[in-house]
Ligand binder design. Sequence first.
Ligand code: M6R
Length: 602
Amino acid sequence: MCGIVGYLGKNNSKEIILNGLKELEYRGYDSAGITILQNDFVNYRAVGKLSNLVEKMDSFNVSGFSAGIGHTRWATHGKPTEENAHPHQGAFTHIVHNGIIENYAELKKNLIGKGYKFSSQTDTEVIVHLFEENLKISNSNYEAFQKTIEQLHGAYALLLITKNENEKIYFAKEGSPLILGSNENGEQFFASSDSALIGIVEKVIYLHDGHFGFVENGKIFLQNASGEIPQNFSALPKSRETAQKNSFRYFMEKEIYEQSVVVSDTLMGRVLDNSINFDEVDKTLFDGINEIKLCACGTSYHTALASSYLFERIAKVRVSVEFGSEFRYRDPLLTKDTLFVSISQSGETADTLASLKMAKKSGLKTLAICNVDNSSIVRISDQAILTRAGIEKGVASTKAFATQMVVLQMLSIYLGQIRGNISETEIKKEIQTLREIPQTLTVTSKLHEKIKRLSKRYLHGHGFFFVGRDIFYPLALEGALKLKEISYLHAEGYPAGEMKHGPIALADPELFTIALLPQNMLYEKTKSNIEELGARDSTICVISPKPFELADDFVRTSSHNHYMLEFFEMMLVVQLLSMEVAIRLQNDVDMPRNLAKSVTVE
Ligand code: M6R
């Protein structure tokens, strides 16, 4: 996700901003840029890694007082090009922005009508021209700045500098994070997250939505819509590691809690009023396609399998799902009417990558669903859709799973839409569901406490069955994988209807069944399967919005009107349960034994 750093003061702004951007790299980005203002602007922008920007700025040095703004961009509107990289520029103003301006198209049309020329495809560029337009009818820069932010709808954290006031930075926050730091030497700092400021400033203001103002040579002016407000400073954490974990016990826990935000980032700009839109994808990719082959490993394989239910149900496209490690050695029959979709968090998994190369060699069209831009899988694929999970540190994948799942869910609707296989009413219903996912993914303290208590009963036994039907079967697989990865307990995922074909022979009180029982998908069928296990004395924990009398334990989920909302809520439950069991067993949750985050070897 985009990152912002700003600095006003007499020290080396170039170095301070580049170091800050480096600390924000974990958020993920595809281009970066900096503007330094002294008597005039000096602007550098570069696509790709921050090192490209550093190289470009090598011969540039700054000394004396300056105002500087820097940015790492994760593309939403417009491709990752130099023109689309921030800071964006007007005639005498530069700006960096994190978030999405929802009414940018309307504002842009108006500004073009007034003669403004746009040099990027971003939503951000409207802000800079709008400010310069507002200045014509304002008595001061600040008045123009206020008028500008009043006209913006959507989410923003922004910093603006303008030439005729070269010792000031204007700022505003709505929806996206922004922190303001200050020290006794009169220096002012801005950043999207405190990790960029640790070690260089000790006290900061965590700006709230609706806050805006300016900093000027040692002074801060902070206000909201009602007028000037008190400046509440907090002390910054001492270590980066603690800051990055934000007081969570483990990165995995933090990443589970982040899912609501990163899923909402993943939906941003892609879910419109009545349709799904992937700016980054050229529709011709789907011309002549009769089958989709989804290929992945581990958790990513589970999203592939889960989405195969959606592609066939919603888009009415035939789907096959492949493990990378199997596909590459089994001489598959490939036909050119198949779209090969690789799914990977890292974009570097050796088996998925080798399978992709094979598919390319056979002349198949290829699409990557990936969390890391410029990774091998993204570079090799014809086209890519990036999940926007930010860097995932926990080896056990959580937020990458959630964001892959929503991308694939959107893609199934998108395909249904471009092939005319989904009605307008259905599209509306699916879109409404997508919009409700971030809220569903909010972890409440009630749920977390319940699972913490529950976890103490699930530490031993001879094994776990995670069971579910339809799309809840891949979720059961994922629940079992999470548990075994970090607790080292034996766990298997099964389709609930398969129990009586063999696995039920294992049922006894020491076999724990975690049963996914949604109300909107095969409720009665799944319930009977769980009862069969209960009758054989398995210890059963049911996860469902409807009470289940025979259960030994019960986690009540909310009542939703779409099975995908139940899917995401149950995903949270199995992730939290696995983590709490592992914590009780005193395992290293973030770095489990024998596992690596990115499996780049066979
Ligand atoms: O980076 P990828 O998504 O390609 O990685 C695939 C698997 O190695 C990965 O999902 C693995 O299973 C995780 N440890 C799951 O938590």
